[in-house]
Ligand binder design. Structure first.
Ligand code: ATP
Length: 235
């Protein structure tokens, strides 16, 4: 693609004290793309998210988000363009869905006018005035997605968003992701499993033990050797 990448990592390494979490990671995410980041637990997926969010420094190499080092002062505006849905998001159960989004909208200085449309996009209009404690796990994840998308960030980072969801809830979640993609969001989606995710991604990275095992479209990846069985046996 000729356009400037939204995210680029080149030669990135991360060490936590004695643990080497990432080594020589290179990839780019271009505008409008949904990239799947696959790997087993401990492969380094969350570490990549934290580097992109600018909450930890790389030990080596360069991380660029919207063309800037996400840890630099100049990246102040760029950081607001990044939405993050962590693994196992939790909410104040006493609040309604609408109140949760109002609360986060205030924290992010996002006008509350956006809230009802967001609730519609994630299929929660019918439940917006119910307390979150009455929500299913799938509804909570979709509320988390709406929270991450407050302010229409240009980049969305989703960490294992459908763990523990049944197939229908998983499909409902990705239907909402597809809507946000059509609004122009570029997305990085971490997962340790492929089923349910593959129709919704344009490209994939596979990491193992902190190293990049493969990258490309799913059809390109399936033709490669040494890939985890879970990925090769799909489709
Ligand atoms: P999971 O899905 O289990 O979170 P992951 O692919 O996201 O896995 P990371 O959380 O990025 O993996 O962890 C990569 C490696 O770095 C693991 O070996 C982990 O134990 C280690 N690690 C992560 N965070 C820290 C930390 N703060 N201090 C020390 N080691 C860490």
């Amino acid at each position: 693609s000729p356009s400037r990448p939204i995210v680029s990592l080149s030669g990135v390494a991360k060490r936590y004290a004695k643990v080497s979490a990432l080594e020589r990671i290179d990839f780019e995410l271009f505008p409008g793309e949904v990239m799947g980041l696959f790997g087993h637990n401990g492969a380094g997926k969350t570490t990549i998210m934290k580097l992109i969010l600018g909450i930890i420094p790389a030990s080596d190499g360069q991380v660029k988000v919207f063309g800037q080092d996400p840890l630099s002062k100049q990246a102040f505006e760029a950081r607001k363009q990044v939405g993050y849905l962590p693994e196992n998001v939790s909410f104040y159960d006493q609040l309604t869905g609408r109140e949760v989004l109002r609360y986060f909208a205030r924290l992010k200085s996002v006008p509350k006018q956006a809230i009802e449309q967001l609730l519609e996009q994630v299929g929660l209009t019918h439940a917006m005035d119910r307390q979150v404690k009455t929500y299913s796990k799938g509804m909570r994840q979709r509320l988390g997605l709406a929270q991450a998308f407050l302010g229409s960030p240009k980049l969305l980072l989703l960490d294992e968003p459908t763990v523990g969801l049944d197939p229908i809830a998983t499909q409902e979640f990705y239907a909402s992701v597809d809507k946000l993609k059509s609004e122009g969001a570029s997305i990085i989606l971490c997962s340790h499993v492929l089923p349910g995710v593959e129709q919704h991604i344009d490209r994939a990275l596979i990491i193992s033990g902190g190293r990049l095992l493969a990258k490309g479209s799913l059809s390109e990846l399936r033709q490669q050797a040494q890939l985890p069985v879970a990925i090769k046996t799909q489709g």
